[in-house]
Design a protein around this ligand. Structure first.
Ligand SMILES: Nc1ncnc2c1ncn2[C@@H]1O[C@H](COP(=O)(O)OP(=O)(O)OP(=O)(O)O)[C@@H](O)[C@H]1O
Length: 309
């Protein structure tokens, strides 16, 4: 069996509100699959259906061959789950949290000691076993929460915005652990808002208000999705320039990107045309060049396209 997760036409309605609409995707065994989408786009609802916590309104899904609607007890023992809220007991020590989750997941008694040692090393928590969890910094708490979610050696790890609220160094350390787990064969489905993190996934699904807008590898998304070109411009007045650029016929969109502007233009845009237009409007140009689309450009494009339907 090549796919760890197979989701077909999954729909979830809450009364007359459709939170997830006919969503289909597969996650290959051992892949790091990034599930992206703005707040409220249905990512958590999909994860909750995969875990069997809520029943789909229609559609089907299989996790390691088990049916998500009828075999969720079997599925749960193969899954590790971690959310942004971390689900740690703040007044327990690091070790007590690990012991607690080892009990919840029925880890055999003779394996607990080794498993804890392995997790403390993985999470860079050696020496902090007896610290009260509430005294840990964000990054340590995050890695402890990850450790608790994998203490039973799950085949699949579901991570719902696991890196929110921690600093970039802790995020990097966290991702290093994710890669190591993936190399060991663990399948990972991770939701994130961070585009740099999305780029580290093998495959990406972009969810927007319940609908999948695109599914592909990060590179294919950057190469195939945008029908047009991205021009990066640095000017003296970014906001004024964005408003001006949006009035140009060949410009489809313009938005702030870092310290500059990313302009989505029609294919084969003549840079001189953009330069002359901005100069005529008294904008000083520091730099203008065509660039390859980033994932952020791709997602802005997909959302604009969807909104203009
Ligand atoms: N039990 C529920 N009853 C009613 N509406 C719900 C329920 N659970 C989720 N929703 C709604 O479904 C939509 C999708 O929510 P969901 O939490 O899946 O989105 P999300 O992409 O995970 O967002 P976030 O990034 O904010 O967690 C939202 O509009 C939410 O309010």
């Amino acid at each position: 069996m090549e796919n760890a997760i197979e989701i077909n036409n999954l729909t979830k309605r809450f009364c007359d509100f459709t939170a997830v609409n006919n969503v289909s995707f597969n996650v290959k065994k051992g892949d790091v699959y990034g599930f992206l989408g703005p707040n409220g786009s249905g990512k958590t609802t999909v994860i909750r259906m995969i875990m069997g916590l809520i029943t789909p309104t229609s559609g089907t899904g299989k996790v390691l061959g088990f049916d998500i609607s009828t075999e969720n007890e079997k599925i749960r023992s193969h899954i590790g789950y971690m959310s942004q809220k971390f689900s740690l007991y703040e007044d327990l020590t690091v070790e007590e949290n690990l012991d607690f989750y080892a009990g919840v997941y029925n880890v055999p008694k003779n394996k607990i000691k080794n498993k804890k040692k392995e997790i403390l090393e993985m999470a860079d928590l050696v020496g902090k076993e007896h610290m009260i969890t509430s005294n840990l910094s964000g990054g340590w708490k995050q890695r402890l929460a990850l450790g608790c979610s994998i203490i039973h050696d799950p085949d699949i790890l579901l991570l719902d915005e696991p890196t929110g609220g921690v600093d970039p160094i802790a995020r990097r350390q966290f991702w290093d652990i994710i890669y190591d787990l993936s190399k060991k064969g663990v399948t990972i489905l991770v939701t994130t808002h961070y585009m740099d993190e999305a780029g580290h996934c093998n495959f990406i699904g972009f969810l927007y208000y319940g609908n999948i807008l695109s599914l592909d590898t990060p590179n294919a998304m950057k190469e195939k999705v945008i029908d047009g070109e991205i021009v990066e411009i640095k000017v003296d007045d970014t906001l004024k320039s964005i408003e001006l650029l949006k009035t140009m016929e060949k410009v489809r969109d313009a938005s702030v990107y870092g310290a500059g502007i990313h302009v989505l233009t029609e294919p084969n845009m003549d840079l001189n045309e953009l330069k002359v237009f901005l100069l005529k409007n008294n904008v000083e140009i520091y730099n203008i060049k065509k660039v390859k689309p980033t994932l952020e450009d791709v997602f802005v494009f997909l959302v604009e396209k969807e909104n203009s339907k």
